[in-house]
Write a protein that binds this ligand. Structure first.
Ligand code: GLY
Ligand code: MN
Length: 440
């Protein structure tokens, strides 16, 4: 699929989006959907603004991510309208005139000040207005009706071919970054240097990326969301964990890889084992599979690896039941991904609300739904040597289940995580990340 296909794919996607919006508005009893793109936020007692983050409900409709003060209006049975703020401003680069494959589907009104949007919005009384409180303009105060939001967010889990195409592009960027980052690591760069190499190769600056890069050398790999970026390389640099994405058209990819400096050392063997388990889990991304079960399967697979490497002495089932496996794998197996790196509605029981609970003892799982074709999920098992959790384990009733000398051997490497983005289909899963690396 090439960019030449995007206009057709987008047309299909928009038709799908309109029918979802029709149903969502009917659920809530509204006549119009009105979505502000969001506004700039300012730092306290300062005239500096925070990086602008577009309202996801807005970028669902159009691949626009840098247009604060704009509005999307949709009334069932009519063409969607874009009220597009292009301010008179010589201090900043103003948003470019709307262009691209999507413009022919919208009635576009260009405004020069935020207030000029008002006459182009339908009567406020019948509007479902989806946005943050700061986007309020006159009578147009976001009301975020639950019935409308529940319906839209539940169905957003099912990606159309257009969305998969956008995620493929995001993945291409991410893969370019990851390959450059591995080269920088092997050349002896610092975490900060690796991060810069990543951004350069991905062609995206920090605030364009879907989340802050996690670039961790040695023990830092044990900090799940390590974002400090040391300015000097440690000596020696033994291991490297990188969790970094890319974005395209508002869509994200989320990729994690772990490397050992020395291909001959035991940490590389542990990485290979986690990689094998990760690929087996990716192969299980199939319609009808309960993601909660996949998460528990991940615990069993990782516990088997820990036993094989002599780190724990328990059988996998016992490691899971006692919580010992959770000391080494203390996060969820993954999450939905799309317009948001942690996509919404991970616990949604239905498009009319309700919550699917997490398995007891697994508070950090972000996805509890049964997989269906079109869902895109991350699969990101890991094994970490986290001082805080290991100390709790040592003080607890299962201290004997662990070989502490083996822990000490692995602790200087921090941890391992391998993460791919996988599409659930009617048949074989489609692994966007592995496909991206193979293509590169
Ligand atoms: N990529 C970071 C996370 O999934 O939490
Ligand atoms: Mn992730």
């Amino acid at each position: 699929m090439t960019s030449a296909d995007w206009p057709i794919l987008y047309r299909q996607y928009l038709a799908q989006l309109q029918s979802r919006a029709d149903a969502a508005l009917a659920r809530g009893g509204f006549d119009h959907l009105v979505v502000p793109s969001g506004t700039l936020h300012y730092q306290a007692f300062d005239d500096r603004d925070y990086p602008y983050a577009v309202n996801p409900q807005f970028k669902t409709w159009l691949p626009l991510t840098r247009t604060p003060g704009s509005w999307l209006v949709y009334t069932p049975g009519t063409r969607p309208r874009l009220v597009y703020l292009q301010p008179r401003d010589y201090w900043h680069v103003v948003p470019q005139a709307p262009a691209g494959y999507w413009t022919e589907h919208f009635d576009i009104v260009v405004i020069r000040t935020p207030e000029e949007a008002l006459p182009h919005l339908p009567a406020a009384a019948g509007c479902a207005i989806l946005g943050e409180p700061q986007s309020a303009l006159g009578d147009y105060v976001p009301n975020n009706p639950q019935a409308v939001v529940d319906y839209l967010e539940y169905h957003r889990a099912f990606k159309t071919p257009y969305e998969i195409a956008m995620m493929r592009e995001a993945t291409r960027r991410g893969v370019r970054g990851h390959r450059a980052a591995e080269r920088a690591f092997r050349a002896g760069a610092s975490e900060f240097g690796i991060h810069l190499a990543y951004c350069q190769a991905a062609g995206q600056d920090s605030e364009e990326l879907p989340y802050g890069n996690i670039v961790a050398l040695n023990e830092h790999g044990a900090v799940l969301h390590y974002t400090d970026r040391g300015r000097l390389p440690p000596k020696p640099a033994r291991s490297f964990l990188i969790d970094a994405g890319g974005s395209h058209g508002g869509y994200a990819c989320d990729i994690t890889r772990t490397y050992a400096a020395d291909a001959g050392d035991e940490f590389q063997a542990l990485i290979d084992a986690v990689d094998g388990a990760q690929q087996a889990l990716c192969a299980q991304v199939r319609a009808g599979i309960d993601y909660r079960q996949l998460h528990l399967d991940a615990h069993l697979a990782l516990a088997a690896i820990l036993k094989e490497f002599g780190v724990i002495k328990l059988a996998p089932e016992a490691a899971l039941a006692t919580g010992v496996s959770a000391a080494f794998f203390p996060h969820g197996l993954g999450h939905g991904i799309g317009l948001q790196v942690h996509d919404v509605a991970g616990f949604a029981a239905s498009d009319a609300g309700g919550t699917i609970p997490k398995p007891e003892g697994h508070p950090y799982l972000r996805l509890t739904r049964v997989l269906e074709p079109g869902m895109v999920v991350t699969i990101e098992p890991g094994i970490y040597f986290i001082d805080l959790l290991l100390e709790e384990l040592r003080q607890g009733p299962h201290a004997d289940a662990v070989d502490w000398a083996r822990i000490d051997a692995f602790r200087p490497y921090g941890g391992i995580r391998i993460e791919d983005d996988v599409v659930c289909t009617d048949g074989e899963p489609l692994n966007l990340t592995r496909e991206g690396f193979a293509e590169a």
